[in-house]
Design a binder for this molecule. Sequence first.
Ligand code: THU
Length: 130
Amino acid sequence: MTDRERLERAREAATGAYAPYSAFAVGALVVGGSGREYLGTNVENAAFPASICAEANAISTAVAAGERRIEAVYVVCLRRRRCMPCGNCRQIMREFGVDRVVVEGPDGPETIPFAELLPRSFGPEDLSDP
Ligand code: THU
């Protein structure tokens, strides 16, 4: 599947978002280490901090299916073109070794290496003694 097609699937997923408070629908498609793809949308909550982002939901679904590494994350927002993942989602991506994030740029899919999104980050290996 091409980057464009994956972004299109993420866009379709965004139409299922539960975002009554922000009206900001987000869809994500993640590619697991196995090559299988998983979708997620944001799911908000009347207690706002309990809301869950699209990327976090897609990654949770992938992990529940047995994935332990995530290759790529595709993100689409219905209200604007380029939709960058929030800081919390970047940290969740870090746990599973995400290689790249793909968003919709003005001229089509825009690929961002993960290291640019969360440089000098904290990850699983940092819990062990040096
Ligand atoms: N949101 C996501 O789903 N992913 C992000 O990376 C940024 C923000 C959601 C959370 C909330 O439901 C809405 O977008 C507005 O912040």
